[in-house]
Design a protein. Structure first.
Length: 231
C-alpha cells in the first residue's frame, strides 16, 4: 500500500499504448463499463477504458481496495473525487498518447499536459485566454519562442482551473501568470485566496520535448515524486 506524505505530490506518467480491452474492463465500475459500451468510436472507447482502468489501478495501490470497487464521484463541474477517502485528492491529464496522474493529500490539486503543436490561431487564443499583461509579453517574444511560452502559460492556467474544480468556465483570463517568473501566479480570482498560496511545478520530459505541462496545488510543495507505470 502506497502512502503520500504532507506537502508531497506523486505524479505517475506513461504511454497510452493499444490495450487488450477484456483485460482492462473488469477494473472499471459497472457504470463506466456501460458508458464505454455506448461510445461508438473504437479509438475513443479504447482510450476511455485505458484511462479509467489506469486511474483505478493506481488508486487501488494507495487505498488497498479493489479497483472496480472504488467510489469515484464527480462534482457539478465534472471534477472527480473519492467519496469514501476525501483526504486523497487526484487529477489527471492526457495529450496525444501520454497520460499523467497526480495524487496528494488534503489540498486542491490540478495537472495539465499538452503537446506543443504549431497552431495558426495562437494569436486569437492569446487574446481570448490571456490578460493584457500576458498578451503584451507574449507579443513581444521572438517568433521561435511564442509557441512554447503559449503552452507554458496555457497548461499552468488549465492546471489551476482544474484544481479549483471549475474548469475553463472559471475564465482563463482571470488566472494570470507572472511574466517575470513563469512558475508563479501574479493574480487569481479572489475566491481562491492570495496568488502566493498556489504553487506551480513545471512538467517536462527529456524524451518528449514537445510535451509541456504543470502541476498546481494550493499548498507548499516540498517534493514531487515521479513514477512510471508499467502495463
Amino acid at each position: 500500500m502506497l502512502a503520500i506524505n504532507p506537502q508531497q505530490i506523486d505524479v505517475w506518467h506513461g504511454d497510452l499504448t493499444p490495450i487488450d480491452q477484456p483485460l482492462y474492463l473488469p477494473l472499471l465500475a459497472s457504470h463506466e463499463r456501460d458508458h464505454a459500451q455506448n461510445l461508438t468510436q473504437p479509438a475513443i472507447r479504447q482510450r476511455y477504458i485505458q484511462v479509467r482502468a489506469t486511474l483505478r489501478s493506481l488508486l487501488s495501490r494507495y487505498l488497498n481496495q479493489a479497483p472496480e470497487s472504488i467510489d469515484i464521484r464527480s462534482n457539478q463541474h465534472g471534477k472527480p473525487y473519492l467519496q469514501d477517502y476525501p483526504e486523497l485528492v487526484f487529477n489527471l491529464s492526457h495529450s496525444g498518447d501520454y497520460l499523467v496522474i497526480a495524487l496528494a493529500n488534503r489540498c486542491q490539486l490540478g495537472i495539465d499536459i499538452e503537446l506543443c503543436k504549431v497552431r495558426a490561431n495562437l494569436a486569437l487564443m492569446v487574446n481570448k485566454c490571456f490578460n493584457q499583461t500576458e498578451a503584451a509579453y507574449w507579443q513581444s517574444l521572438p517568433e521561435h519562442q511564442k509557441n512554447s511560452v503559449f503552452y507554458q502559460f496555457w497548461t499552468r492556467k488549465e492546471a489551476f482551473v482544474k484544481a479549483t474544480g471549475r474548469g475553463i468556465a472559471l475564465g482563463l483570463q482571470q488566472c494570470v501568470i507572472d511574466v517575470e517568473n513563469h512558475n508563479q501566479f501574479q493574480s487569481l480570482p479572489a475566491a481562491y485566496g492570495e496568488a502566493s498560496i498556489w504553487q506551480i511545478t513545471p512538467i517536462a520530459f527529456a524524451n518528449k520535448p514537445l510535451l509541456i505541462g504543470a502541476v498546481v496545488a494550493d499548498q507548499a510543495i516540498a517534493s514531487v515524486n515521479w513514477h512510471t507505470w508499467v502495463e
